[in-house]
Ligand binder design. Structure first.
Ligand code: CA2
Length: 183
């Protein structure tokens, strides 16, 4: 089964308790339960972790390399500051979706820049808790598609190269037909 790690950054443990006009009324626990429910339906295995520490998030991302197929992360304030989290995501090479509850582009200027977006598969911002569920579906579909692609037979040209056989002549004219193109 596909395994996805969901990381929540600093202060997201306070969800539902303060700043409800920006971040909504849902607690982190309820959000995690909604993620787990969808994960069972897909099905994927999920693990959710929250930390207020940049170093801990970096360590979890590094450890994910051998344990998970993909990452969903709301790096919270570290989105706008952390080269370390960006480097960790780039280093492990796991497809990663960046999620924000609020629309960071509609807020203060300093929130418009994300250090993570450049190494992420995609970014979902401003859709509240639904953003995490969309990220889970999107990452699931992406991982399934790349698994299928890896299982598919190689293109005809590389099969020929491997076998050392030459492309055949077309019956209709003198040109060589190779991989759907006429040479
Ligand atoms: O919109 C998001 O999801 C953010 O990642 C949330 C971060 C903020 O720094 C980013 O710019 C956008 C802040 C998370 C703080 O969460 C709180 C939740 C409840 C009460 C106070 C803070």
């Amino acid at each position: 089964m596909l395994r996805i790690l969901v990381l929540h950054g600093p202060n997201l443990n306070l969800l539902g308790t303060r700043e409800q006009s920006i971040y909504g009324t849902l607690s982190l626990e309820v959000l995690n339960r909604a993620i787990t429910k969808l994960a069972k339906e897909l099905p994927v295995e999920v693990k959710q972790c929250q930390s207020n520490s940049e170093g801990e998030l970096v360590t979890w991302i590094q450890e994910a390399r051998t344990r998970y197929d993909g990452i969903i992360i709301n790096p919270a304030a570290y989105t706008h500051t952390s080269v370390a989290i960006r480097d960790a995501i780039a280093a492990v090479g796991l497809p990663t979706v960046e999620v924000h509850l609020s629309n960071i582009h509609q807020r203060e200027e300093f929130r418009h820049r994300s250090f993570i977006a450049g190494v992420a598969l995609g970014q979902i911002t401003g859709l509240g808790p639904t953003g995490y569920l969309l990220a889970l579906r999107g990452l699931h579909d992406h991982l399934i598609a790349s698994r299928l692609q890896k299982m598919a037979p190689p293109p005809v040209a590389s099969q020929r190269r491997a076998k050392g056989t030459r492309p055949s002549r077309s019956r209709f004219n003198d040109r060589t037909v190779s991989e759907g193109s006429i040479e």
